[in-house]
Design a protein around this ligand. Structure first.
Ligand code: G3P
Length: 219
């Protein structure tokens, strides 16, 4: 399973990229709005940092397929080597995915909460589907169970090339469980990547090595 980072904060993206662990970035309108910067400029800057797929979502005020298509082409044109157009799971969204993918523009169908939605998006031509595990867990459903179902279904139809991005990740446990399902990618907030790095025994071990070394060798 690969890691993408789920943020529009360029400092976090630079830090995660320097660790060598991320191979793509996902953003959404909430994450870009949080940064308070120009929408297109932010996406362009991110695409200049990470050499991998960068998901930029059509604006949430864009509801008709024809408008999503126009906007999707513009997002793709920001950096055709990296940009992926993120489109919400709606009937209009599926129409836009169908047209954009027929033009060779990769799409990421977002806000997936059922296996049926994932299968529809795949058949419309989405390069990626993004099931939201955390938001399902929040309402006492099982997000990882949904991912398992999508992995199982896609693996039975070799003509489906759509990759599964496990999104709305809240904890290191989510990530390990996602990897065990065989999902292609997990998109992870920076804070969760940081949590994954640490273990109390690792941190205590580093401290002990330092103390023992300094007792004999000084600084
Ligand atoms: O980028 C989509 C998704 O990862 C959002 O996560 O935490 O807002 O449910 P969250």
């Amino acid at each position: 399973m690969k890691f993408f980072i789920d943020t529009a904060n360029v400092d976090e993206i630079r830090r995660a990229n320097a660790m060598g662990v991320i191979s793509g970035v996902t953003t959404n309108p909430s994450l870009i709005a949080k940064e308070g910067r120009d929408y297109a400029q932010t996406l362009k800057e991110i695409a200049g940092i990470v050499d991998g797929p960068i998901s930029g979502e059509v604006k949430p005020t864009t509801e008709k397929a024809e408008d999503m298509i126009v906007e999707g082409r513009a997002i793709y044109a920001l950096d055709p080597k990296h940009m992926v157009v993120k489109i919400p799971m709606t009937e209009e969204g599926l129409k836009a995915i169908c047209v954009l993918s027929s033009e060779g523009i990769p799409t990421n169908c977002t806000l997936i909460f059922t296996a049926g939605q994932a299968l529809l998006a795949a058949r419309a031509g989405a390069a990626y589907v993004s099931p939201f595990v955390g938001r399902l867990d929040d309402i006492s459903e099982d997000g990882l169970e949904l991912v398992t179902m999508i992995v199982d279904i896609f693996s039975q139809y070799p003509d489906i090339q759509t990759e599964i991005i496990v999104a709305s990740v809240r904890s290191p446990k989510h990530i390990v469980e996602a990897a065990m399902t065989g999902a292609d990618i997990a998109t992870v907030p920076y804070q969760v990547i940081e949590k994954m790095v640490h273990h109390p025994l690792t941190d205590a071990g580093i401290e002990k090595f330092k103390k023992d070394y300094q007792k004999v060798f000084g600084r």
